[in-house]
Design a protein around this ligand. Structure first.
Ligand SMILES: Cc1cc2nc3c(=O)[nH]c(=O)nc-3n(C[C@H](O)[C@H](O)[C@H](O)COP(=O)(O)O)c2cc1C
Length: 177
């Protein structure tokens, strides 16, 4: 028993500001599929792991649960329309969206702030969602400001001077697409 409703819970979750991603993959018969997600989290440096939580009721759930990998596209501040599109019921979410294919044929959205190409490491059922844990096998990043999401609204996050640009060169390169 709880003393809060699903609406209360959603509102409280929305107090945590996040970035916005579009997670993409390709089905066994070659169709591109994707969904907007703000549940993205970095998990581990070695091995490099990330996660995203996917609703088990989503139309794309089976496609992602059965795919060997996926791409997490971190949306740039000017990609709000893309975020809305990939959360909508349009027949083809990729129509009119500029994409490139990774070496493995997974869709990478052009103009993103960064992306992580992943091999599916684990798909863990958790309540009404599935936690997709991916091992990063390729990535790239830019200085573009990121799209933010807070309290149910999108916003463009200001890009401060990078605090991480002088990270010691002793860091071993992990992977780069
Ligand atoms: C900002 C934002 C963040 C979202 N984050 C998630 C998420 O992390 N996981 C998820 O399963 N759905 C998330 N959604 C919802 C899905 O994008 C969308 O509802 C889903 O793709 C539609 O399901 P359908 O394919 O069954 O139509 C989010 C939607 C928005 C607008």
């Amino acid at each position: 028993m709880s003393n809060f409703s699903a609406i209360d819970l959603r509102r409280a979750f929305g107090c945590f500001p996040t970035g916005v991603t579009v997670v993409t993959t390709r089905t066994g018969d070659g169709r591109r599929v994707g969904f907007t997600a703000n549940s993205f989290t970095s998990v581990s440096m070695s091995p490099p792991l990330v996660l995203v939580c996917l609703d088990q009721r989503a139309s794309v759930h089976e496609s992602f649960a059965n795919a060997p990998g996926f791409v997490v596209n971190i949306l740039a501040g000017d990609q709000k329309e893309t975020a809305v599109r990939f959360a909508s019921k349009v027949a083809d979410r990729f129509e009119g969206v500029a994409c490139d294919d990774s070496g493995a044929g997974l869709p990478i959205l052009r103009g993103n702030a960064a992306f992580f190409e992943c091999v599916l490491d684990q798909a863990i059922p958790a309540g009404d969602h599935t936690i997709l844990i991916g091992q990063v096998v390729g990535m790239d990043d830019t200085d573009a400001p990121a799209l933010g999401y807070h309290g149910g609204s999108f916003n463009q996050l200001a890009r401060p001077e990078r605090a991480d640009k002088n990270v010691a060169a002793s860091d071993q390169p992990l992977v780069k697409a």
